[in-house]
Design a protein around this ligand. Structure first.
Ligand SMILES: [Zn+2]
Length: 56
């Protein structure tokens, strides 16, 4: 159950400030996207990429 370990680790950093990663954008990153083992990336509503469900 690697999902459980990942979610627990994510909760510890929930108060970490994350802003939209789009170049030049200063908005709050409300949407976090994590690609497999990569660090989660954050984007505002306007710049969020299309969510892809890879683990069906
Ligand atoms: Zn943005």
């Amino acid at each position: 159950m690697s999902d459980e370990a990942g979610s627990s680790a994510r909760k510890e950093s929930v108060h970490y400030e994350h802003w939209c990663e789009h170049p030049g954008c200063k908005k709050w990153g409300s949407f976090g996207f994590a690609e497999s083992k990569a660090e989660p990336r954050w984007f505002c509503m306007g710049h969020r990429p299309e969510w892809k469900l890879k683990h069906a």
